[in-house]
Design a protein around this ligand. Structure first.
Ligand code: SIN
Length: 283
């Protein structure tokens, strides 16, 4: 029987789910329950799940179709699984180390991301999640009124362009298969305040990696407003710190959380497998 522990964090993020074996077929009523729990808690954690690639893929498909993962090569024969990886000897910075929501520059960014841990270092390497709904609700009414109808330009240029961070980084020993491209300069415009399609709650759909500027504002005004909002969104009260064990699966609602990988594990390997699930155009 499924057992749920919702006591993960003051930020209302995270429920730990036990009493389930993800390597086996899941009953339809449990699938429906997990989808609604994911919508309610935004981050679900499944400890002690030893998974083959096919198990990981099958479980992911409960939450929707596979998403499209640009700029990173998938693993052999599994076009929807990528490795999030850093080797013990690697000098390159850890992947995903700044606040972001996955692929927010796409026209239809992923609704969900799933990570399955394979090798976890004995120290460091936690993942932080920020609740963008609580952050929106915590803003003064005057600010909500100011931003409610703004739109933001997103692009993958900063990390992934052919003259972006990964293309120009000094350390050349990165083990992750990142493929910078001029396509990363494409832009998409999304509402700054996004309504979750199921819960109908509003959240701040911006992040410092992909949200470049606010449409219609001068650059200095846009930078100032975005920076104020980023500082607001990353306050302790909105954050859940996930501490990994090996064979742990987590899924988060990429529409209403930002996340950030932390470092602090130089000299140790870290390896997780990642799948994204296709989403809808933000509105
Ligand atoms: C990511 O941003 O997808 C990676 C998160 C992590 O490595 O903890």
């Amino acid at each position: 029987m499924l057992k749920i522990d919702r006591s993960q964090s003051i930020s209302n993020l995270g429920a730990s789910v036990s009493g389930i074996d993800i390597s086996q077929d899941i009953k339809s009523e449990d699938k429906e329950f997990l989808k609604s729990l994911w919508c309610e808690c935004s981050v679900l954690i499944f400890p002690n799940q030893k998974l083959q690639h096919k198990d990981f893929e099958r479980f992911s498909l409960i939450f929707g179709e596979f998403g499209e993962d640009p700029f990173i090569e998938s693993i052999d024969n599994h076009p929807n699984i990528i490795e999030v990886k850093k080797e013990a000897s690697e000098k390159a910075s850890h992947f995903g180390g700044s606040w972001h929501s996955d692929w927010s520059f796409q026209q239809k960014p992923p609704s969900a991301t799933l990570l399955h841990s394979k090798i976890i270092p004995p120290v460091g390497g936690d993942t932080l999640f920020a609740n963008t709904i609580l952050a929106y609700e915590g803003l003064p009414n005057s600010m909500k009124k100011n931003i409610d109808n703004l739109k933001v330009i997103h692009s993958a240029a900063l990390p992934y362009a052919d003259d972006g961070f990964y293309a120009l980084e000094k350390e050349k020993d990165r083990s992750m298969k990142i493929r910078p491209s001029k396509d990363a300069k494409k832009t998409f415009i999304h509402p700054l305040v996004r309504t979750h399609p199921d819960s109908k709650r509003k959240g701040l759909f911006i992040n410092p990696v992909y949200s470049l500027f606010i449409d219609g504002l001068e650059k200095n005004e846009s930078d100032a407003l975005l920076n104020d909002l980023f500082s607001h969104m990353t306050q302790e009260e909105y954050i859940y710190r996930h501490i990994w064990d090996e064979n742990m699966l987590i899924i988060w609602d990429n529409r209403v959380v930002m996340h950030q990988a932390t470092g602090g594990y130089d000299g140790y390997d870290r390896l997780l497998h990642r799948i994204t699930i296709a989403g809808e155009q933000p509105s």
